[in-house]
Design a protein around this ligand. Structure first.
Ligand code: PEP
Ligand code: MN
Length: 351
């Protein structure tokens, strides 16, 4: 429920109303709305019945939020863009298209530097790379762990790229904080509610991937778990769902991008790599995602995909990634949007 107060109501009027709503057991947040304030009220749907007896200040406009998620709902923050406060702050959801690239797993410092150079040459602003890898087989390479975090931190200092890496367990969060700008929650953990609760307590953006069999509503409710704990910055990521197709690894739900853009103010990313599962299909998936309105892309890039320890089949070479970025710029321009600017010089290290 949103209660928009007339402009002559000040913060103290809001505080009074919030107190009364909270006595009922509901939660509230205060949001600027033009010259005035809106009180966002959320919590157990059964408690809202009691609000009916409530007397709101004269001139207040009460709007019900029909969805089971409130803080994620578009109505809750209609014009909100998000800042990733990395070494160079990045704005998401302002009409631009952000580009994140890098290997599935961090395999060493040299390959990470080469991947970062590809991201910069493509005009990207974020470097992805897994330190802790969830693998279907217990015998598969599971990442270099803490050593990989150090490497990500090192390349972050050298390049100014923001670091996106997956957190598998709440116990890893503290060790990750010094090196990581965006905490990725993988598809397999989308409904790991205790992990989501812990990520709700930190002040760092979370990139929440959609589970392979999760509905869009379930994705949004998982984001709501994070937002309701206080973290305001969640990036949603469509990465393909499990359907009957076998020629692609997953099935990219392109319609989900359009639905999410309607339903929520949160930025929407697409991972074309895990959807396609094959490098030769990644560009088509990525271009379609931009045409559908996504705010950013998360793409697997490896300097030598044939040697990759995980997901080599779907990883782009640096050249293919740079070509893709150029194609993305054409689509973005046709839509009146901006995409990763081309880097006109070879990637440079920034101290
Ligand atoms: C990944 O990004 O490497 C990954 C494991 O992704 P997902 O959780 O989407 O499978
Ligand atoms: Mn991967």
């Amino acid at each position: 429920m949103l209660v928009t107060l007339p402009p002559d109501c000040g913060e103290s009027d809001c505080d009074e109303m919030r107190e009364q709503l909270e006595v009922l057991g509901l939660h509230t947040r205060l949001m600027r709305a033009g010259r005035g304030w809106t009180v966002v009220c959320y919590g157990d749907p059964d408690l809202f019945a009691r609000v009916k007896q409530f007397t709101f200040p004269a001139g207040a406009i009460v709007t019900a939020v029909p969805q089971p998620y409130v803080l994620c709902a578009r109505a809750c923050a209609p014009d909100r863009a998000m800042i990733v406060p990395g070494p160079r702050p990045i704005t998401l959801g302002d009409g631009g298209i952000a580009l994140a690239g890098g290997p599935c797993s961090v395999e060493g410092l040299q390959m990470l530097r080469e991947s970062a150079a590809a991201v910069i040459a493509a005009g990207g602003t974020m470097l992805r790379g897994g330190a802790f890898k969830p693998r279907t087989s217990p015998y598969a390479f599971a990442g270099l762990g803490a050593a990989a975090l150090e490497m990500l931190g090192e390349v972050r200092r050298e390049t100014g790229l923001a670091i996106v890496t997956e957190v598998l367990d709440a116990r890893q969060i503290d060790a990750m904080i010094p090196h990581v700008d965006v905490f990725q929650v993988g598809a397999r953990n989308m409904q790991n509610f205790s992990l989501l609760a812990e990520l709700g307590r930190i002040r760092r953006p979370v990139l929440l991937k959609r589970g392979a069999s999760a509905t869009i509503e379930e994705l949004l409710l998982s984001a709501e778990h994070i937002l309701s704990r206080g973290n305001t910055d969640v990036i949603l990521c469509e990465r393909g769902v499990r359907a009957h197709e076998t020629l692609t690894r997953n099935t990219l739900d392109i319609g989900a991008v359009a639905v999410l853009k309607q339903e929520t103010h949160l930025p929407v990313f697409v991972d074309p790599s895990h959807a396609a599962g094959r490098a030769d299909l990644v560009a088509a998936h990525a271009l379609a995602a931009v045409a559908a309105g996504c705010d950013g892309l998360l793409v697997e890039v490896h300097p030598r995909p044939g040697e990759a320890l995980s997901d080599g089949k779907q990883s782009l070479t640096p050249d293919a990634f740079i070509d893709l970025a150029a194609q993305l710029r054409s689509i973005a321009a046709a839509l009146g949007r901006t995409s990763a600017p081309a880097a006109h010089q070879p990637a440079q290290r920034v101290a």
